[in-house]
Design a binder for this molecule. Structure first.
Ligand code: MCU
Length: 432
């Protein structure tokens, strides 16, 4: 009959639609949509920072907006992330200026040059390039500093290596009132922005040049970043503050990197005053908080969350207490709650389950997951799920650090509670 034919057709159509849906959700192309086309998608979000700070021994609620309400929809994350960005700039790293008036440069199979001008000042720097075998254009991983990252594995996986010297953009060994390097040539030697953010600005300008290059050698929409130790701190900040970065891979970053500031004193890691004083890595404003991290309105679990839903592979070393691996695991677990709420729980990996070895050693244990991450987020040919693999030697407990729970965020637009549909809570009869 006509009716049964329609039913059969409908069932066939549904089955077909179902098959298509399954194919689209498992297609690695989905990873392509994770990174943004711009450095900061939330640049238009209005943010008013708080006028005063209140001490909080727990990790600040990443879902709670500055106006005191909590986000309800996944789409709210865009502007909530902007609030976290502004807090992190103001209190931790210093401001990252937006793209300068003029950014030009060249991309070849061996080298990238970057020329920047802004407000009558100019500076430039360059980075060498090593291509993988095969034919391009290639995805690329920016390697900060040149040690501790497995560049052979990166190239064997099919991504180019961009050897970036952070010191060309923000030198070490200078006092805070006389900072040097390409960033400070533009923004001034007394800029209160620390080196980590200056380094991150430099990588953003490299991405600008690759994006403008026409894409015949390197692909601006398939960029990763990595580095170890102080350059792990840098890689973390690069990924948090440029949403074009599809894959962020900090290694053994230590204090001023991934570990929660609040956990560092109790764990006995490199102290905040030591990290603040050793080099001007953090912004000048952080100086007021080295002895009172509980007063910070933001902590590093929120920088982890800033990377969401993009690929994040945190490598850490549980054998060196000075690195704060327990505090780093708490940052990962706290940030992972935002990944989960955004439906991207599989995009974060924390891996400290490793054999002993010296700081920034080449670790065969990380080669396979490193290549899987490159395949998934840069080449878009893989789909290995992320994993949280915390060594029992240095395992933090998120429950001890939070007094908030993870909300179920809706897919649609945000629905602020309206007085006519949501009854107000009646006053409690038991309160005196
Ligand atoms: C872990 O990163 C740093 C550490 O914060 C410093 O105290 C130490 O001097 O250098 C480490 C590093 O960058 O090692 C290569």
């Amino acid at each position: 009959t006509i009716r049964s034919t329609i039913v059969a057709l409908t069932v066939t159509a549904l089955a077909f639609a179902g098959a298509v849906a399954v194919i689209t959700t498992t297609l690695p192309a989905e990873a392509a949509a994770l990174a943004a086309a711009v450095e900061d998608e939330g640049a238009d979000c209005p943010v008013t920072l708080p006028g005063s700070l209140t001490a909080n021994p727990r990790l600040p609620d990443p879902f709670k907006k500055l106006d005191g309400s909590r986000i309800t929809a996944k789409s709210d994350w865009r502007c909530r992330r902007e609030e976290i960005k502004k807090l992190a700039e103001r209190y931790v790293y210093g401001e990252k200026p937006a793209k300068p008036t003029s950014v030009t440069g060249t991309v070849s199979s061996t080298n990238i040059t970057v020329n920047v001008s802004h407000n009558g000042r100019s500076s430039s720097f360059s980075a060498s390039v090593q291509l993988p075998s095969g034919s391009g254009p290639f995805p690329a991983v920016v390697v900060l500093g040149g040690f501790g990252a497995d560049t052979a594995a990166i190239r064997a996986a099919g991504a180019a290596v961009i050897n970036y010297d952070p010191y060309a953009v923000g030198r070490e060994g200078t006092p805070r009132n006389n900072k040097q390097g390409a960033f400070y040539t533009i923004y001034g030697a007394t800029s209160s922005t620390g080196l980590l953010m200056a380094w991150s600005w430099g990588v953003s300008r490299i991405i600008d040049v690759i994006a403008q290059s026409g894409g015949s050698v390197l692909k601006a929409d398939a960029m990763g970043v990595t580095g170890c130790s102080r350059f792990g701190k840098g890689a973390f900040v690069v990924g948090a503050f440029d949403q074009r970065i599809a894959l962020t891979m900090p290694i053994e970053s230590g204090s001023a990197g991934v570990p929660i500031f609040r956990g560092i004193p109790g764990e006995g890691a490199q102290s905040l005053s030591s990290a603040y004083g050793e080099q001007p890595w953090l912004g000048d404003a952080f100086g007021s908080f080295t002895g009172s991290p509980n007063t910070l309105p933001v902590d590093t679990h929120q920088m982890v969350a800033m990377v969401a839903p993009r690929g994040l592979f945190i490598m850490d070393n549980p054998h060196i207490v000075n690195l704060g691996p327990k505090s780093a695991s708490v940052a990962a677990l706290g940030g992972a709650e935002v990944y989960k709420a955004l439906g991207a729980g599989e995009n974060i990996t924390y891996w400290s389950d490793i054999q002993n070895g010296s700081h920034c050693a080449n670790r065969p244990e990380w080669s396979a997951p490193l290549q899987q991450h490159i395949q998934k987020y840069l080449l878009k040919t893989g789909n290995a799920p992320g994993a949280i693999r915390i060594s029992s030697r240095a395992a933090g407990n998120l429950a001890e650090w939070r007094d908030w729970q993870t909300p179920t965020l809706t897919d649609g637009p945000s629905t602020p509670p309206s007085p006519s549909t949501s009854p107000s809570t009646p006053p409690s009869p038991s309160s005196p």
